[in-house]
Design a protein around this ligand. Structure first.
Ligand code: AMX
Length: 437
């Protein structure tokens, strides 16, 4: 069977050809207008970036190289004793556009475990942070410090051909993904379980098997499986979201993958992006506290109106692009439905009940373009059910996941020779001048 590097060497040339052809034959073809609304509206809807691994359809949701989430769940290999697709198989798909075999997936797991230990100085750095420093700040700083060993940077300093950039970018990306579990677990231990022992990376475990074990949940196979699914599912969500776009922009300056992904993590740390999952849980728990044990649909409806009438958004609902229930939400709900302990969990039951009522309330409210749940409507609840109750840490798990897509695109950006990003900005006066012309 082919290795990851051999596969990449095969799939890159046809893509380079495709890009060349696009440039030559359609370089001047118009694909959309730029309206004043786009310029002042956060560039919403502007088709202005190349992103290879996934495309988001407003109705169907995300597709990874054309495969929907249910497709991926059918074809992507699981961990040896598990059923859920794992981040290694998702990474292989994102990078190569091909579905890996079980053997290829296992080989990638082995390589990641082999490379999973942190350098001593990064351990010391993370251990020196105050416990009160937000876990996302710690993660971003830890990732940036890992650039000490960047192969891309070392090779660039020596002087390499542009055609070789991608190989060093790939090596850095693999090394970074390998080290994320140890880094993220160390942050968890330091902040929430200081003084307790931290397990080491085990060579025979898959990436999330190790992550779960280092978090102290290795004994909980259901939670480990959930984390595998969660981390594979959140790996990529096309290029325009804030974290992906940040990685792409910073990477376009030829900053190495560590620095580029560190920047992306600080975008993920914003409340309109990765922090939303902790808000959902806070809101559902407040609802549970106020309404008690026996909650009717009418009670939930009234609580939703109370939230909306106080000028707040309903967390976990709405989306910048999606106009249907998020298929990632559906996949996580199905996971819960298939396990009796989760099915009878009060918090997960409340998420389900809310889902039955909220879309109609939001439609009646009439503001949001998408009255349906996004993935965050449920993602934190399973963690909470199994005792991983530290809300502030949830975005770190998202951060371990999003590396898959952001780093994949860095490899492709270098393989395709994409240039420095440099959009044109305008002042309001300059814009007004154009409008008057
Ligand atoms: N509850 C109440 N009102 C909502 C709403 C919700 N869940 N979602 C959107 N709206 C409102 C907006 O605030 C906006 O009101 P305004 O005109 O007074 O400013 C109006 O509906 C139109 O917004 P939109 O075009 O439908 O959404 P958007 O693209 O501007 O924002 C999002 C998308 C996700 C930020 C928004 O739906 C929201 O705030 N949802 C709740 C928070 C959340 O779940 N975030 C998770 C996002 C996923 C992720 O990145 N992890």
């Amino acid at each position: 069977t082919k290795s990851l590097r051999e596969t990449m060497k095969e799939v890159i040339p046809p893509k380079q050809e495709q890009l060349k052809k696009l440039k030559v034959e359609h370089g001047q073809t118009v694909v959309g207008d730029v309206k004043v609304d786009n310029i002042i509206g956060g560039m919403r809807g502007l088709k202005a970036m190349l992103w290879e691994a996934s495309v988001l359809d407003p109705i169907e949701g995300i597709r990874f190289h054309g495969l929907s989430i249910p497709d991926c769940q059918k074809v992507l290999p699981a961990a040896p004793a598990g059923k859920e697709m794992i981040p290694e198989s998702m990474l292989w798909l994102l990078l190569t556009g091909q579905v890996p075999t079980a053997e290829q997936t296992k080989e990638l797991s082995r390589e990641l475990a082999e490379k999973g230990d942190l350098p001593k100085f990064v351990e010391d750095l993370v251990d020196s942070f105050p416990r009160s420093l937000h876990p996302m700040t710690q993660l971003g700083m830890g990732v940036a410090a890992l650039n000490h060993d960047s192969q891309f940077q070392a090779a660039y300093e020596k002087g390499i051909k542009k055609s070789e950039y991608w190989t060093h970018t790939l090596e850095d990306s693999i090394n970074l993904i390998a080290r994320l579990p140890a880094l993220a677990a160390r942050i968890y231990r330091n902040v929430y379980k200081p003084g307790t022992e931290l397990a080491g990376v085990q060579k025979d475990l898959d990436l999330v098997g190790n992550y779960s074990n280092m978090l102290g949940y290795g004994h909980n196979e259901t939670l480990t499986e959930y984390l595998r699914l969660y981390i594979a599912l959140h790996g990529d969500h096309e290029g325009g979201n804030a974290s992906a776009h940040t990685a792409h922009l910073v990477g376009s300056t030829l900053s190495d993958p560590y620095l580029s992904y560190s920047a992306a993590l600080f975008a993920l740390a914003g409340p309109l992006h990765g922090l939303a999952n902790q808000e959902v849980l806070r809101w559902q728990l407040a609802m549970q506290k106020e309404l008690g044990d026996k909650i009717s649909q009418e009670d939930i409806k009234a609580y939703l109106w109370k939230t909306l009438n106080s000028g707040q958004v309903v967390p976990g609902y709405g989306h910048g692009v999606l106009r249907n229930p998020d298929p990632r939400f559906i996949a996580l709900q199905e996971f819960c439905d298939s396990r009796s302990d989760l099915k009878s969990s009060p918090i997960i039951d409340l998420v389900n009940k809310t889902f039955q009522v909220a879309p109609n309330v939001l439609k009646e409210h009439g503001k949001t373009k998408n009255p349906y749940p996004n993935v965050d409507a449920t993602s934190g609840c399973v963690l909470y059910h199994y005792g991983l109750t530290e809300f502030k840490y949830y975005t770190v798990i998202f951060g371990v996941s999003r590396a898959l897509g952001c780093l994949t695109q860095l490899v492709w950006a270098r393989a395709l020779g994409l240039p420095l990003e440099r959009p044109k900005s305008l002042s309001m006066d300059a814009l007004t001048k154009i409008i008057k012309q």
